[in-house]
Design a protein around this ligand. Sequence first.
Ligand code: ZN
Length: 57
Amino acid sequence: MTTNRKCPICGKPRSAEHTPFCSTRCRDRDLVQWLDDGYAIPGERAPIPTARDEDDI
Ligand SMILES: [Zn+2]
């Protein structure tokens, strides 16, 4: 049985070291795509509005 294992990012033969990718570069690219897909980094939150607005009331 022969399997055609290729890097899903660039299509080059994958490396056993970086499987299923061919290199760390492609692995990082996949990670970036994954992060860009709506994954929020824990600990990084939107700035909380200051209580200064209450003085306007
Ligand atoms: Zn690749």
